[in-house]
Design a protein around this ligand. Structure first.
Ligand code: NAP
Length: 262
């Protein structure tokens, strides 16, 4: 349980801390459960609303966004939020930018939960790309490509010609590149290394394109590529403004408890 009266700056009142949790990741689901179980906090959890059947969340849940930073400014004020905990995906740059600005402008605490990026082992063959758009320009020499980047940024590959893409996503996708063919798979992880390996063999994959999401849920594809000796075109995370960032839930909860200003 989270300690009472030991919250960080701006929250030392008789009222329980009122937290806005920005969700959309597995870690956010776990954090939602832990915070919702605590009698010492009041919690609102927020989802973008991209997934039709999201993982179950506890307590008050809102969906659909705030309407940019100004909408979030108003929401924080109206709901008397004392802490914003941002547990969105490392590639969800827009909401993180809005949340940092809105929390700063409201003079309330902002804490970011962001898992560590993956790093290449000696057996990995990674090709770096600074962004999804840059990755689309680095496919020369490969034909059968596993485009494992989710569905929202596939349009960056719309003009790529002469490829056979394998695209897997939780929700159906609209992706119809002009000069390439696409095989769609609708499926939700986690996937085992053996299953990923079999999938790559079945589709004669020559290159895996992945965001550097970090975490264990989607790491099996990276292990499978390593196992098969396949290169991975690894897309780096977008740059974010400096902010209080924690790599795991325990350290974030610990910082809340101690009221540290790390
Ligand atoms: P984004 O580009 O940073 O955000 C686009 C807009 O979606 C934001 O401006 C905001 O709308 C709304 N939004 C995003 N996350 C929200 C949240 N937790 N609560 C309320 N509104 C939210 O985000 P994205 O890359 O589209 O990702 C959308 C969601 O999917 C995020 O929650 C993220 O954690 C999750 N996700 C993303 C990826 C990825 O690769 N990008 C992968 C896995 C999961 P308003 O401006 O109207 O407030």
């Amino acid at each position: 349980m989270i300690g009472k009266g030991v919250w960080s700056a701006g929250a030392m009142t008789d009222m329980p801390p009122r937290i806005l949790l920005l969700a959309g990741t597995e870690e956010a689901v776990r954090l939602n459960r832990l915070l919702a179980e605590s009698a010492d906090v009041s919690l609102i959890t927020s989802l973008a609303g991209r997934t039709r059947d999201p993982a179950k969340l506890t307590g008050d849940v809102i969906t659909g966004g705030f309407g940019g930073q100004s909408g979030l400014d108003a929401f924080l004020r109206q709901q008397s939020i004392t802490h914003v905990i941002d547990a969105t995906h490392p590639f969800a740059a827009q909401i993180t930018s809005s949340a940092i600005k809105a929390a700063t402008s409201a003079a309330i605490d902002y804490l970011r939960l962001e898992r560590r990026p993956w790093t290449a082992t000696a057996e990995d063959n990674w090709i770096g790309a600074a962004s999804v758009a840059k990755a689309a320009g680095k496919l020369e020499g490969f034909r059968n490509i596993f485009l494992s980047i989710g569905r929202q940024e596939l349009s960056a590959f719309r003009e790529v010609r002469g490829k056979q893409f394998l695209v897997r996503s939780i929700e159906p996708v609209a992706f119809d590149p002009a000069g390439s063919t696409v095989t769609f798979l609708q499926d939700r992880g986690p996937f085992s290394m053996d299953a990923e390996r079999a999938l790559m063999k079945e589709h004669r994959i020559e290159l895996v394109v992945s965001k550097n999401s970090g975490g264990s849920a989607t790491y099996a594809k990276i292990e499978a590529a390593r196992n098969l000796g396949l290169p991975v075109l690894m897309i780096e995370r977008p740059e974010q403004p400096a902010c209080r960032t924690f790599e795991d839930i325990d350290s974030l909860l610990q910082a809340l408890r101690l009221g540290r200003s790390t």
